[in-house]
Design a protein around this ligand. Structure first.
Ligand code: TYD
Length: 204
């Protein structure tokens, strides 16, 4: 594959969506085709799964059901959009991918790590990001920001859950320093974008 697969990660409210847009503009300005995606979602099927996952009415969803729905949404997005985009040489910028499942379903929920890794292999169809940027922000700040307009089903898990999510991301970055880079997400948004671009220079 000639394309470059980049993922953005972080706990809720870390500013990922804003940064995904700014980063996509910056990469596009370099003349690359940029395909911007977010998980869960990005295909008709995946968006339907997203609605199931985030609906606060589904408070009784079993953790195993949750895990498999995230993976199902991912498999469809990978086969339908990500693989073809990489094959034609695009930069694919995805807001969340399988590291979210590691951080939220293993870290946050406490599902067995080895099981989650196996599930991630299936859901991603074996397609791995070349670089993963973790936006790191004080979880209390992020959580307040994310829930100011109401909480979805995941956000309703509370601040302690977000703290476990952050800890899982930091463990991942320590274990895979080549791929996973932690970037300070505090401060002015253009400064954060510049920090992210530094971590991509060698790939572009
Ligand atoms: P979203 O509103 O897109 O949140 P954000 O803007 O913070 O990315 O909702 C996605 C939610 O789903 C978010 O709380 C993280 C969670 N999630 C998982 O728990 N596991 C996963 O594998 C993925 C992709 C997301």
């Amino acid at each position: 594959m000639r394309g470059v697969f980049i993922t953005l990660e972080g706990a809720d409210g870390c500013g990922k969506s804003t940064q995904a847009a700014l980063l996509a503009d910056a990469l596009g300005a370099r003349g690359r085709e940029v395909v911007r995606l977010r998980e869960p979602g990005g295909t008709q099927i995946s968006e339907k799964i997203r609605a199931l996952l985030l609906d606060p009415a589904n408070a009784d969803m079993a953790p195993e059901c949750e895990l498999l729905l995230y993976e199902a949404s991912r498999a469809q997005l990978t086969r339908q959009v990500i693989e073809p985009a990489l094959a034609r040489g695009a930069v694919v910028l995805c807001d969340r991918y399988y590291d979210s499942t590691y951080a939220y379903q293993a870290g946050g929920r406490g599902l067995d790590e080895a099981l989650v890794r196996r599930a991630n292999l299936l859901g991603s169809c074996g397609v791995a990001p070349a670089r993963t940027l973790v936006l790191d922000l004080d979880p209390a700040l992020g959580y307040a920001r994310a829930t100011s307009g109401g909480a979805d089903r995941m956000e309703a898990e509370g601040l302690a859950f977000q703290e476990r999510v952050r800890a899982a991301y930091l463990r991942l970055a320590a274990a895979e320093p080549d791929r996973v880079r932690v970037v300070d997400a505090s401060g002015e948004k253009n400064e954060v974008t510049a920090r992210l671009l530094v971590e991509l220079e060698d790939l572009l």
